[in-house]
Design a protein around this ligand. Structure first.
Ligand code: PEP
Ligand code: MN
Length: 256
């Protein structure tokens, strides 16, 4: 894994064995470091909240295929469950990526998730910025996690944008703030992953955000990719196809 170019891709939510099998075969053709196999989905309104524990065999399937799985955990118990399930099946040099989502802003839970994750050095933890644009709060999440003893070498930050206020001519779902990102990266020393999917909110805007980004501040990218976005159970408007993902990689990294 190139720590300056970490690539995370896959569906917003794991939906079925068939969908994950298709995504797995697409991931295996590409330079993807972690495949999204997301089991627990915080939702704005009640709806499909993910497969939950019934999706754990999908993580095993991905790990057994030699691909590193990545997913959000909302509760510390979920981190433990995923680790117990996946780690025995990881390749010798394999990694498991867990992340704390934008809406999960309880520092006690954040620290407990970090303490669970640090029980195994193969587990990387990523923190997404909170929805509202406070630099101090964003830095604080990372500081709380480091204070809990989580090793900085396994910590990633993710910029997914802030809830829009004021001018938003493109109608972005969340607004990037690249200056703030650069300052948080500088003050914490934690690498930052770019999430154009939750900034864009639509496929057209995902392209716009990728074209506008000054790649240098980011150390990787996380993109939501689905083989049939129109029928996706979550975030169907912003998920790109695997062919579109190749175009985005080309825009950002000139990878064909
Ligand atoms: C996600 O990445 O799956 C997600 C739900 O995004 P966010 O936490 O940024 O809203
Ligand atoms: Mn999503």
């Amino acid at each position: 894994m190139d720590r300056k170019r970490i690539i995370i891709a896959g569906p917003c939510a794991a939906e079925s064995d068939e969908q994950i099998s298709i995504a797995l075969s697409e991931v295996q053709k590409r330079p993807v470091d972690f495949m999204r196999v997301n089991l627990w989905k915080p939702r704005t309104k009640p709806g499909f909240e993910g497969l939950g524990e019934t999706g754990l065999p999908l993580l095993v399937k991905v790990a057994k295929a030699g691909v590193n799985p990545g997913l959000e955990v909302i509760m510390p118990s979920q981190a433990g469950l995923v680790m117990d399930t996946v780690l025995p099946h990881l390749a010798a040099d394999g990694k498991l990526l867990l992340w704390i989502g934008a809406r999960n802003q309880n520092h006690t839970l954040q620290k407990e998730i970090a303490r669970a994750c640090m029980k195994d050095p193969r587990v990387m933890l990523m923190v997404k910025n909170q929805p509202w644009p406070s630099e101090a709060h964003w830095e604080g999440i990372l500081e709380h996690i480091l204070e809990a003893g989580f090793p900085k070498a396994n910590l990633l930050n993710c910029h997914r944008g802030f809830s829009p206020t004021g001018d938003n001519p493109l109608g972005l779902r969340n607004m990037p703030n690249y200056e703030m990102t650069a300052r948080v990266k500088e003050s914490t020393g934690v690498p930052v992953i770019f999430d154009p999917s939750h900034m864009g909110g639509t496929v057209a805007n995902v392209y716009e955000v990728c074209k506008s980004v000054a790649g240098q501040i980011f150390d990787g990218i996380m993109v939501e990719v689905h083989h049939d976005p129109v029928h996706a159970l979550t975030d169907s408007k912003q998920q790109v196809t695997w062919d579109q993902f190749d175009e985005l990689l080309n825009i950002i990294y000139q990878v064909a």
